[in-house]
Design a protein. Structure first.
Lengths: 307, 543
């Protein structure tokens, strides 16, 4: 198990370098950011040159990348054009996104698995059909449409929940964006759970457990659900990273100053420090989530062993 | 300043869906009278650069600087007239050497006095090339600017020779050329004074800028919000009518609009395009839409041989006549643009040099004549007109509409096409490195309400923003002559004579003036926009 984790950690290094380099190249492919600082005016050449020198923009791309990575290992993520250190942006953005993701993830897990279990156990029933129809509707509507419609109805028109998440972020104000962010994944989780529960409920071990006279509650929770959750956990693990990335749209709609906001601003202003810094952390989150999922398999399914 | 129109998220189009269902805004009973301690919540965006006066050239940073600083002069929000603020007098006998006298006793919000050195040091800092201030070019008229900001290499001097402190409240400025309206330019943020702490504790200053204006910054959470409260040390006459302003950074203009409708935001001057159709009903008329000092134009690459001929002038005039400005501003922009008939802005007023119709027939929609002129000029160079624009801004719609209008006039569906460029930065790169082969969109937001600012930087041969590289010696001579006129009326006349040449040469086609828009909640009143389309925060009252 320890060796396995170590091997996985070592594999992360090339993945990490590869992704950050790709992002670095892509941001630079957008062109020279200095002109945009001067707006619709022609930049003063001397000053533009000074700014380029400050951000190493005159160096060849590979050298810029090496310099950037060198700073990164000293935990120096660089500064934005407005003079803020990217580290301080990370420190304000990630907690906000994590809070939103946590709310969304909780909603996704609780309601996704709950709905899936109910409809899986009562296949063809009223509950099953309504879950299927509802999830189909949710999956087919893009997140930003759900977002704006719910914001208008619940936030503006009826005033049940705050229309935007203000500062500081409260659980109440994160509820609406959390539901929007979770909705599509929730639908997938429900459908996935439903299928595996439906399949496994005919399995031998379930029949055996029932035949032994175990209470239905134990059969469903300890035997049926535990085995049915393996594919769901895989999905949830990768989805955790996707949620943080997908928060980009939701954060804009509900005015949450998280990763999405800074990433968007970084791209618009072509500040590679911001973009690469934020993506670097996102990559780490993705890699860690994947590793966690793989380790969770062993917990759920005793037949899986890592040597 | 750049035009305030920057990138908007592509999904905005979809939001109209959410906003079609117009709801009645809830009407709360107000007690009547005003609450002078009431705090106003206002829309804001993250400033692009550090909040240094000479380093701020966009609206978000500009809005804050405008509140925390009062310069030598201020502009009347209604008439755009320049009035002395911190200056007691700015005088000259030869329109080139100026003496500035300050009103004594003014203080920064940290209690230190505002003296002649506060100005001279600030201007020297702003001009010095190693300080990398994006507004450095504003000091270009001052003697010695070329020593502190040479085009290449290290600066030869640290301070400009044209600036001299006489005593605590007096300093003199020597300009490198005659410039009679120079005092009226001094309301721009680049010319604000700076306290000593700016130089001694620069990092600390940037975290909490200190000024001499009606407000002071009481707290600032970067990228989130800023709280401004009345500055007890303020000595000027434009005192805040409210208990302070809370600026709130919005990730998206639609989010701000939702907050405005649900009562969490009081003043929203970032109204999204998708809301314009319903805003009157949404807000029960609490909405203002008035021309601002911003003009949108289509420029031509006069550095390309085939665009720099006498025949091409006719073609450009023809293209201008083929554009149906009235319909486009009404349909595409929901009347938040006003068709342009010259190259400045109505906010200047008649005294300031605005004169409707200088462009003459060339700016009137006349498809038949347009076609004839273009044919007379030998057709569009290259056979097809391309209009380049930055795709990260809201430009596609109007460029396509403009091209449609041209195509209809010429009876040729491919005479004109839009050419999107991915980002604003790349777009500006192509313009400044003279890579354009066809027409391209240009916008000009005035720095100060003077006809000079609309003509000199944009159309004189060495103009800092002469994107089309238009060069006409007669035009240049008239601008110099206008700057040397001691009498403002004569000066304006000369500028207008120069402007008339643009109608024949047509280096850029005037399209429309951009309006400033703002909506507000039922909790506040007296919301006005100044000629820069920034709310006049000091005058807002809370019910």
């Amino acid at each position: 198990m320890g060796r396995y984790v170590l091997r996985r950690l070592l594999q992360m290094i090339p993945v990490f370098i590869g992704t950050t380099f790709l992002i670095f190249v892509m941001v630079h492919a957008l062109g020279d950011p200095v002109n945009a600082l001067f707006g619709d005016k022609a930049p003063d050449p001397a000053i533009a040159a000074q700014i380029r020198a400050q951000y190493n923009l005159n160096d060849p791309l590979w050298l810029q990348y090496v310099k950037y990575m060198g700073n990164l290992f000293r935990w120096n993520f660089g500064t934005t054009f407005s003079g803020q250190s990217v580290t301080s942006l990370l420190a304000t953005a990630y907690p906000a996104t994590l809070k939103l993701t946590a709310v969304a993830f909780t909603i996704e897990v609780v309601f996704g698995i709950g709905f899936g279990l109910i409809s899986g156990l009562r296949r063809g029933g009223m509950a099953d059909n309504s879950v299927l129809i509802l999830t189909l509707v949710v999956i087919s509507i893009p997140t930003f449409v759900t977002g704006y419609v719910l914001q208008y109805l619940i936030g503006v028109k009826w005033g049940i929940l705050p229309a935007t998440a203000g500062d500081p972020l409260t659980l109440q104000s994160l509820l609406l964006p959390g539901i929007v962010l979770a909705s599509v994944s929730l639908a997938y989780v429900a459908r996935l759970t439903r299928t595996t529960v439906a399949e496994n409920s005919k399995a031998d071990y379930v029949r055996t457990a029932t035949a032994k006279g175990l209470p239905r509650r134990r059969v469903v929770i300890n035997h049926l659900l535990r085995n049915s959750l393996i594919p769901v956990v895989t999905f949830l693990g990768t989805d955790l990273g996707a949620l943080m990335g997908g928060a980009l749209v939701t954060e804009r709609i509900f005015n949450i100053h998280g990763v999405g906001f800074y990433l968007y601003q970084g791209i618009v202003r072509q500040n590679s420090n911001t973009v690469v810094g934020f993506v670097t952390i996102l990559v780490i989150v993705f890699l860690a989530a994947n590793l966690l999922v793989d380790l969770l398999y062993a917990v759920l399914d005793p037949r899986i062993r890592y040597a | 300043m750049p035009a305030a129109t920057r990138a908007r998220w592509a999904v905005i189009a979809a939001t109209s869906l959410a906003l079609v269902v117009t709801g009645c805004s809830s009407s709360k009973s107000s007690g009547g009278g005003t609450n002078s301690a009431g705090v106003v919540t206002a829309w804001w965006g993250d400033p692009q650069n550090p909040l240094e006066p000479a380093n701020t050239n966009e609206v978000n940073g500009g809005a804050v600087l405008n509140m925390i600083f009062t310069g030598l002069i201020t502009y009347d929000p209604k008439t755009s007239a320049a009035n002395n603020a911190n200056a007691d007098s700015i005088t000259s006998t030869d329109q080139q050497n100026w003496t500035v006298k300050l009103k004594p006793g003014w203080k920064f919000s940290d209690g230190t006095p505002v003296t002649a050195s506060s100005y001279v040091d600030a201007w020297n800092y702003g001009a010095l090339v190693t300080n990398k201030q994006v507004n450095a070019s504003f000091f270009g008229y001052i003697d010695g600017f070329n020593d502190v900001a040479p085009t290449s290499g290290a600066p030869k001097a640290q301070t400009m020779s044209g600036l001299k402190v006489i005593d605590d409240n007096t300093f003199t400025v020597a300009l490198s050329q005659k410039f009679s309206t120079w005092p009226q330019t001094l309301g721009y943020s680049a010319y604000y004074p700076l306290p000593k702490t700016f130089f001694s504790n620069h990092a600390g200053y940037l975290n909490q800028p200190i000024g001499n204006g009606p407000y002071e910054i009481s707290s600032w959470t970067r990228s989130q919000k800023m709280q401004l409260r009345p500055n007890p040390q303020y000595s000027g006459t434009i005192k805040p009518q409210n208990g302070g302003i809370d600026l709130k950074v919005y990730t998206d203009t639609n989010a701000a609009y939702a907050d405005l409708q649900s009562g969490n935001l009081d003043v929203d001057n970032g109204v999204p395009n998708s809301a314009l159709k319903t805003i009157q009903g949404d807000l029960n008329g609490r909405y203002i839409n008035q021309p601002a000092g911003i003009i949108q134009t289509i420029s031509f690459p006069l550095y390309q041989a085939d665009w720099n001929t006498d025949n091409a002038k006719l073609v450009r005039q023809g293209i201008s006549m083929a554009i149906d400005r009235a319909t486009i501003t009404k349909v595409v922009f929901t009347s938040t643009r006003t068709p342009a008939t010259e190259w400045t802005s109505p906010v200047l007023g008649a005294a300031g040099g605005y004169q409707a119709g200088i462009c003459g027939d060339a700016c009137n929609y006349d498809p038949a004549k347009a076609k004839a002129l273009i044919q007379q000029g030998g057709g569009i160079p290259g056979g097809q007109l391309t209009i380049s624009y930055n795709a990260d801004g809201p430009h596609k719609e109007w460029v396509d509409a403009t091209c449609n209008s041209i195509n209809n006039a010429l009876g040729n569906t491919t005479a004109c096409v839009g050419r999107p460029v991915g980002t604003f930065a790349d777009f500006r790169n192509q313009i400044t490195s003279k890579q354009m082969t066809g027409a391209f969109r240009t916008g000009w937001q005035m720095d100060y309400p003077l006809i000079q600012d609309f003509l000199q930087p944009v159309y004189t041969t060495d103009g800092s923003s002469n994107d089309s590289h238009y060069s006409n010696q007669q035009f240049d001579a008239l601008v110099s002559q206008a700057n040397a006129q001691p009498n403002p009326t004569d000066s304006v006349k000369d500028f207008q004579t120069a402007e008339k040449m643009l109608a024949t040469d047509m280096p850029a086609i005037p399209l429309w003036y951009q309006n400033g828009t703002a909506g507000w909640s039922d909790k506040v009143s007296n919301v006005m926009l100044d000629p820069f389309s920034v709310p006049v925060y000091t005058s807002i009252t809370v019910k």
